[in-house]
Design a protein around this ligand. Structure first.
Ligand SMILES: O=C[C@H](O)COP(=O)(O)O
Length: 321
C-alpha cells in the first residue's frame, strides 16, 4: 500500500470551511431510507467482515484473549455457514477481517499468533498509540509509543489527535504534532482518530479531518470508542466530504474508519451506503475503508446464520464474536 504524502498546511482552506448542517441532516435522512435485502444483504455482510479491524481495547486484555481475537479474525464465520455460501477456508479464502486492533503492549502477542496461523501478511496488526484514548501525555511519550508498536510488528498505527489543539484553534501545532507521528510510523500506515464527539462543532470535525490529511494521515477515524458520542452518520458525512475534497485537491485517496458503538448489521450497512453514495464504490475496499469494532462480528455472523438457515440463532451460538 502506498502512503499519503501529505502537503503543506493550507490555512486558507481551513478558514473557508463552513459546514451546512441542514444539508448534512438531509443527506443523513435520505441515507436512512435506503437498504439492501436478500442475497445482496448477505453479500454486504460478507464484505463488512473483510472491512473490520477486529478490536480488543480493554484493561483486562490478556495474551489468551488476544489469541482468541486473532483466531476469530482468521476464521470469522463457522465453517458450515461459509460453505453454504460457496466459500471454503483455504489459503485463498478472502473471508477474514482486515486487521486486528490492540494496545501497544499486546502487539507482540497478536503478531506471534497471526504468524503461527500463517496470516501475518493477510491480517494486519494495528495498534492504538499516542496516549489512547485521551492523548494527554507528553508528545515525546506519545511518539515513543508509536515506535514501540512498530518495532513489535504493528503495520498500522491508530493515533489519537490532541483535541485541545482543535478546541483552541491551534491548527499549526496540530499539524506539526501529526506530522511527527507520521514520521514515527515509518512504513506503518497511520490512522488518525479525531474523537469527533469531543470536537465541539461539525466545522471543527471538517477542519481536523483536513489538517490530519495534510499532515499525512492514511486514514481518518471517527472515535476511540471511549467517548460518550462516537461514530455517528453526521460525522461520517462530514469526514467523507473532507476526504473527497482532499482527493480533488491533492489527488490522493485517504481512507475512512468509523469506530465506536458499531454493533449491528444495520449499522454496518448504513455506513457502507454512506461511503458508496458520498465517496463511491472504489472506497469500499480494506485499503480505503474499515470498521473499528469490538462487537460487530457476532451480529454479522447471526445475520448470515439467519440468511442460510431461515432461523434465528440461539443466543449462545456466536459468543466468540
Ligand atoms: O477502534 C475501535 C474502537 O475502540 C471500537 O469501539 P467499540 O468497542 O465500541 O466497537
Amino acid at each position: 500500500m502506498d502512503q499519503n504524502p501529505g502537503c503543506e498546511l493550507d490555512l486558507g482552506w481551513l478558514n473557508s470551511v463552513s459546514v451546512n448542517l441542514a444539508a448534512i441532516k438531509n443527506l443523513a435522512a435520505k441515507l436512512e431510507t435506503k437498504g439492501v435485502k436478500g442475497v445482496h444483504r448477505a453479500a454486504w455482510i460478507l464484505k463488512s467482515i473483510t472491512l473490520i479491524d477486529l478490536t480488543t481495547l480493554g484493561g483486562d486484555d490478556t495474551q489468551s484473549n488476544v489469541s482468541r481475537l486473532c483466531f476469530k479474525a482468521f476464521r470469522p464465520l463457522a465453517e458450515d455457514l461459509l460453505e453454504e455460501l460457496g466459500f471454503h477456508y483455504n489459503e485463498s479464502c478472502p473471508i477474514h477481517t482486515a486487521a486486528v486492533c490492540v494496545y501497544p503492549s499486546k502487539v507482540k502477542d497478536a503478531v506471534q499468533c497471526l504468524k503461527q496461523l500463517g496470516y501475518y501478511d493477510k491480517i494486519n496488526v494495528a495498534s492504538v498509540a499516542t496516549g489512547f484514548p485521551c492523548g494527554q501525555t507528553p508528545l515525546k511519550t506519545r511518539l515513543e509509543e508509536i515506535r514501540y508498536a512498530v518495532e513489535n510488528g504493528a503495520k498500522e498505527i491508530d493515533i489519537v489527535i490532541n483535541r485541545s489543539l482543535v478546541l483552541t484553534g491551534e491548527w499549526e501545532e496540530l499539524y506539526r504534532e501529526i506530522q511527527q507521528m507520521k514520521e514515527a510510523c515509518g512504513k506503518a500506515h497511520m490512522k488518525s482518530i479525531l474523537a469527533t464527539g469531543e470536537l465541539g462543532t461539525l466545522n471543527n470535525v471538517f477542519k481536523a479531518s483536513v489538517v490530519a490529511m495534510m499532515a499525512g494521515s492514511d486514514f481518518i477515524k471517527t472515535s476511540t470508542g471511549k467517548e460518550s458520542v462516537n461514530a455517528t452518520i453526521n460525522f461520517g458525512i462530514v469526514m467523507s466530504r473532507a476526504i473527497k475534497e482532499y482527493y480533488h485537491k491533492m489527488g490522493y485517496k485517504v481512507g475512512l474508519k468509523p469506530a465506536g458503538g458499531i454493533r449491528t448489521t444495520s449499522d454496518a450497512i448504513k455506513w457502507l451506503i454512506l461511503v458508496k453514495e458520498v465517496l463511491g464504490d472504489e472506497w469500499l475496499t480494506p485499503e480505503l475503508f474499515r470498521f473499528g469494532a469490538s462487537g460487530l462480528l457476532g451480529d454479522l455472523e447471526c445475520n448470515i446464520y439467519e440468511f442460510v438457515t431461515g432461523k434465528c440463532p440461539n443466543g449462545y451460538e456466536f459468543s466468540m464474536g
